[in-house]
Design a protein around this ligand. Structure first.
Ligand code: SF4
Length: 355
């Protein structure tokens, strides 16, 4: 049996198994027993948790919390609103833009994130969708304006090599498709999945390139094993980026935020987005004030480390992603000049050229 399948078959998803990895607190035990939610992770990812610290950043993302019962700010039917699911389209197609769509092909993951914005489908499972791949492919064939297909779920890399090959081959046969993206947390939570079998399906030069976007939220998640998985993806011609989520108590301090983005570059992953934690129900405890991400880019990244380490900070909404970047750079503008300020608070001027 391949190692990744073994990891999945031995998922840590019962209290008994969890107790083999950590000293479960009474609150964690209460949450596991009372919440009707899908939870669990791989033995590999579980082994990264601190057995004695309930505030361990990996543990907080994996072990259910009683705080998930609180919902002061989360929006009801969040996903229907966010993904415009009331419009007439197959369940597998989520659309906010003219030329690209999210193709939701599976509702399973290797590890269930407690902060998941798709939790209504993936962990709480109150929203039932039909993951009909054929229906989705047909819709994509008919919509010639779609040039970029983002495969998501759940986690698309949980599918077998054969299914992934079928999807990649089918999409590459559609003349108007120019790129395929996989959005997956599996290279982080189950790096064993990046096998020669999987890379064979995706490797090589082709008219339609494949991009893989991972979700890594804390430097502790970046291990030698993850580094090798990323290298194997890059070695077969796949670009790898990161979309992190800004999570309270996990990565919302200057030191962790900087280290996360520096460490991503050290394993050749380009930071792409950092998302504001979306107003899905039951995840209030992960959310910071909106300004926090922009402050972290100002105080931890911009000017403080390589520019390549800077993700774009965005909030995902029903009308697309809205950038929320720091706005302190232009101090003043008049007919003659711009007055600018840098990350250290120093000021300078450059001429204002009329159009
Ligand atoms: S891997 Fe993605 S879809 Fe799955 S639980 Fe985490 S955030 Fe949600």
């Amino acid at each position: 049996m391949e190692e990744w399948v073994h990891q999945l078959e031995n998922r840590v998803n019962t209290l008994k198994k969890l107790k083999e990895f950590i000293n479960v607190t009474p609150d964690e035990e209460k949450a596991i027993k009372s919440l009707k939610t899908r939870w669990g992770t791989t033995p590999y990812f579980a082994s990264l948790m601190d057995p004695n610290d309930p505030k361990c950043p990996i543990r907080m993302q994996v072990v259910p919390s009683i705080k998930e019962l609180e919902n002061k700010y989360g929006m009801k039917d969040y996903l229907v609103w966010k993904e415009n699911r009331e419009e007439d389209r197959p369940d597998s197609i989520a659309r906010q833009y003219h030329d690209r769509i999210a193709f939701t092909i599976v509702d399973e993951c290797a590890s269930y994130c407690r902060h998941c914005f798709r939790k209504e489908v993936v962990t709480d499972r109150r929203l039932k969708l039909r993951f009909d791949v054929e229906e989705g492919l047909e819709w994509i064939r008919e919509h010639k304006e779609i040039r970029d297909v983002l495969m998501t779920g759940g986690d698309p890399f949980i599918l077998s090599d054969d299914k992934i090959k079928y999807l990649v081959d089918s999409l590459r046969e559609i003349p108007h498709i120019e790129m395929i993206r996989f959005h997956t947390r599996i290279p982080v939570t189950l790096p064993h999945r990046i096998t020669p079998g999987l890379t064979k399906v995706m490797k090589g030069h082709h008219r339609v390139p494949i991009w893989v976007v991972i979700q890594c939220n804390h430097p502790k998640e970046i291990t030698e094993r993850v580094s090798k998985a990323v290298y194997d993806l890059l070695s077969c011609g796949i670009n790898v980026g990161n979309q992190g989520v800004l999570l309270k108590g996990i990565n919302d301090d200057v030191k962790t935020f900087r280290e996360l983005h520096q460490k991503l570059l050290s394993i050749r992953v380009r930071p792409y987005y950092i998302f504001y934690c979306e107003p899905a129900p039951g995840i209030d405890h992960f959310r910071t004030p909106v300004e926090k991400g922009a402050e972290l880019i100002r105080d931890a990244i911009r000017g403080h480390t390589s520019g390549l380490a800077q993700p774009m900070y965005v909030i995902a909404t029903n009308i697309g992603k809205i950038p929320l970047m720091p706005d302190y750079y232009i101090l003043e503008k008049n007919e003659k000049e711009y007055k600018l300020r840098n990350y250290e608070g120093k000021e300078t001027t450059i001429p204002n050229i009329p159009e």
